[in-house]
Design a protein around this ligand. Structure first.
Ligand code: T46
Length: 135
């Protein structure tokens, strides 16, 4: 599975760091939505779904967490622990977010507005969807 991880250059000076992300330049889509999760309870796994068409970039802007990506054939685990790193998550990828540190803030840049009909929440349906997408 190809994993795309971005390293956004921090504009650092004596005052500290600043990261800027521009749509279609630093990431490959127009940003229609931004959301973030924080105060994640210990031991929790979030996600456990895939998307039919949504593209996203995940950035752990504080603390750390792990992301499991599953394309229906293989699995990879990516650690996010730097505020200047982004993980691209395309459609057709089952994702699970876990091992959140208590101070973790996971921010997500998304290519589309929220649409429940884009979610695949059942793993067997996901496998079927991936299989049909390849036909
Ligand atoms: C994804 C992973 C990485 C909204 O009302 N608007 C939104 O834009 C989002 C993302 C969620 N919600 C509501 C829907 C649920 O009642 O917030 C609640 C929690 O959402 P969900 O259980 O889907 O959250 P996660 O952390 O399991 O998944 C989220 C995204 O939903 C998903 O697209 O790829 O983060």
């Amino acid at each position: 599975m190809q994993i795309t991880k971005y390293k956004f250059p921090p504009h650092g000076d004596v005052r500290g760091q600043l990261v800027a992300i521009e749509e279609l330049k630093d990431i490959p889509f127009e940003i229609k939505r931004v959301y973030y999760m924080y105060d994640t309870s210990e031991g929790v796994t979030r996600g456990k779904h895939a998307h039919k068409s949504l593209q996203q970039v995940l950035i752990c802007i504080h603390g750390k967490c792990k992301i499991l990506l599953d394309d229906g054939v293989e699995e990879e685990v990516v650690s996010l622990e730097n505020p200047y790193e982004g993980l691209f998550l395309g459609n057709n990828i089952w994702r699970e977010m876990y091992d959140f540190s208590p101070d973790a803030v996971l921010m997500v840049l998304a290519s589309e507005l929220y649409d429940e009909s884009d979610y695949i929440r059942n793993y067997n349906e996901f496998l079927e969807f991936v299989k049909n997408s390849k036909d």
